[in-house]
Unconditional design. Structure first.
Length: 229
């Protein structure tokens, strides 16, 4: 199975770099890992990536300088910065240089994976990847907002389709409630959380004919679309 997207990871920490690369590859991304800013810049110039992940503190060339060099010729590729500094000045500096997002160390890998999927979808950088998904014995056509079970076809609302797509992109992984609300509803509050629960109930109803499929509620955390083999 071909990779969903090609990612450049520039991280000098051997342990963290290995963990990130391993998790991204398990999520079916193709990853090129560079361990200093200069080799990262050379890779940017020699290849095309769907998304870049730069640590701020790098040997030979720091992440901000690398980002600035990238942006001289490439304004489009999304860049996520990794930093242990939770300083307003660092965040503002990154955005001024053209960063698209920040992740503060230590971070949850599920958070990073979700942020990557958000950028890839919004930037339409997965055009070479089908937006048709296999969900148990269902076929989910995201473009047409339909869930097909043999001869039966269930039309979905936009938010139902967005929610199901989000789960399909992270099958068997917990998706945090806050991330779902911010991604699909635009903000996270109590009343929108109740709305999310209604949508979860709808999806469960649509998918109930396949007993291998379960949307599991991890109380206080989020939901997981589980599909047993």
């Amino acid at each position: 199975m071909s990779a969903l997207a090609k990612i450049l990871l520039v991280e000098d920490d051997e342990n963290l770099g290995f963990v990130i690369k391993d998790n991204l590859e398990q999520a079916n991304y193709e990853v090129l890992w560079c361990k200093d800013g200069l080799s990262g810049l050379e890779s940017c110039r020699a290849n095309t990536f769907d998304i870049c992940i730069f640590d701020v503190m790098l040997p030979k060339m720091d992440g901000f300088s690398l980002l600035q060099e990238l942006r001289t010729n490439d304004k489009q590729t999304p860049v996520i910065m990794l930093t242990a500094k939770n300083m307003k000045e660092d965040v503002l500096s990154g955005f001024r240089h053209g960063a698209d997002d920040y992740v503060i160390k230590p971070f949850d890998m599920d958070e990073l994976l979700l942020r990557i999927s958000v950028f890839l979808r919004r930037s339409k950088m997965v055009e070479n990847t089908s937006t048709n998904y296999e969900v148990g014995h269902f076929k989910f056509d995201f473009d047409n907002y339909t869930l097909i079970d043999g001869a039966n076809e269930q039309s979905l609302t936009e938010r139902e389709a967005l929610l199901l797509q989000l789960f399909c992109q992270q099958i068997n992984s917990v998706v945090k409630r806050a991330d779902i609300l911010e991604q699909i509803w635009g903000e996270n509050d109590y009343f929108l959380g109740r709305s999310l629960d209604v949508f979860i109930s709808r999806l469960r109803k649509y998918l109930k004919s396949d007993d291998r499929i379960e949307i599991i509620n991890h109380h206080g955390v989020g939901f997981k679309l589980s599909i047993r083999v």
